[in-house]
Design a protein around this ligand. Structure first.
Ligand SMILES: Cc1ncc(COP(=O)(O)O)c(C=O)c1O
Length: 331
């Protein structure tokens, strides 16, 4: 899960170029180049906007879906908080939908039940739907899109963990109105921190670009006709991204190799099930390999693990001055 740079050191080459040419700003050749690399990778004639974080991508996607105060947004319950926090940034309310057994991702039937329930109870359909490729595993996007289209609700694919995962051969993030990618330090590729939004067409791309750059109009003076955000990716971070794009396929192959090792090594271990692709439509990047353990399986010496009270640092912030590398922050 730690960042791996290319052996050729291309990340540093692109960063050096940025310094040498004084493009030390949140725009420039590396940002443009990284976006072009991402567009070539995801295919489907999509446009991509590089942003400061995947969370920013979720935020701008929902904003551009028209989510506003008082709305409800359907989101997968089994996910990282960043899938749902931006819903509340916009004054809307998340409606959490549980997962199906096979993919561990949003159950399309429960999703439709939730849509019907909200229409019956509030008289209004949810403003957007956010399925999540948890641990890289694809969601049943054809079922989700069919239902979403029937109710005319936009889909924001949270593929932050699923960069390079495919459904029926097509890269995740390219099915819905928007696709969210993350390049945080622990993701399939990294820009140290960063994200991107995959958009359907030129108009959507332009609008997202405006929101990501304070909605500044293209006049020789400062004019802002809407409230925007400072969400553009730095040219330094994008340099790391360009280097990482030269090894993205190697990273994905490596994760798949690790998954295959787990499947092989654990195949005869009673009580342990490795979570694999449910069928041939799913092609997970196996960003994180996961297992389920039968309730009656206990680890020697850890029989009371679930009764233990967690103490010490948990969460995303280390409070010490000199990191000891022992706390949960290192995860
Ligand atoms: C499912 C999911 N959505 C969104 C994000 C947000 O990405 P970022 O950390 O780049 O803001 C993450 C990762 O951190 C994630 O795992």
């Amino acid at each position: 899960m730690l960042a791996h740079m290319s052996e050729a050191g291309l990340e540093q080459k692109y960063i050096k170029e940025a310094f040498d040419t004084n493009w030390v700003v949140p725009l420039g050749p590396n940002v443009n180049g990284f976006e072009k690399d991402l567009e070539a990778f995801v295919g489907e004639n999509k446009r991509v906007v590089a942003l400061s974080a995947g969370t920013a991508a979720v935020h701008l996607a929902l904003l551009n879906c028209g989510v506003k105060p008082g709305d409800e947004v359907i989101v997968q319950s089994f996910t990282f908080c960043a899938s749902s926090h931006p819903i509340t940034y916009l004054g809307a309310t998340p409606v959490f939908v549980d997962s199906e057994k096979d993919s561990w991702n949003m159950d399309p039937e429960l999703m439709e039940e939730a849509i019907k329930d909200r229409i019956a109870k509030t008289g209004k359909k949810p403003a957007a739907i956010v399925p999540v490729a948890l641990y890289g595993m694809p969601y049943q996007i054809d079922r989700i899109m069919e239902i979403a289209n029937r109710y005319d609700i936009p889909v924001v694919e949270d593929a932050a963990e699923g960069f390079g995962s495919r459904w029926n051969g097509q890269v995740l993030g390219t099915f819905g109105k928007y696709g969210v990618l993350s390049f945080n330090g622990n993701k399939m590729i990294t820009t140290s921190g960063g994200g991107a939004l995959v958009t359907a067409n030129e108009d959507e791309w332009r609008e997202i670009m405006m929101y990501a750059t304070q909605y500044r109009e293209s006049y020789p003076y400062y004019q802002h006709e809407k409230i925007g955000y400072n969400y553009r990716m730095s040219n330094i971070c994008a340099g790391i991204g360009r280097g990482q794009m030269t090894v993205v396929n190697d990273h994905i192959s490596h994760h798949k190799h690790v998954q295959a090792l787990y499947e092989e090594l654990l195949k005869d271990v009673k009580g342990i099930t490795v979570h694999g692709n449910p069928d041939s439509r799913y092609d997970s990047n196996f960003w994180l390999c996961t297992i389920t353990i039968d309730e009656n399986v206990k680890i020697k010496g850890q029989e009371n693990a679930y009764k233990a009270i967690v103490t010490g640092a948990v969460g995303g912030r280390c409070w010490c001055d000199t990191c000891c590398n022992k706390c949960a922050y290192r995860l």
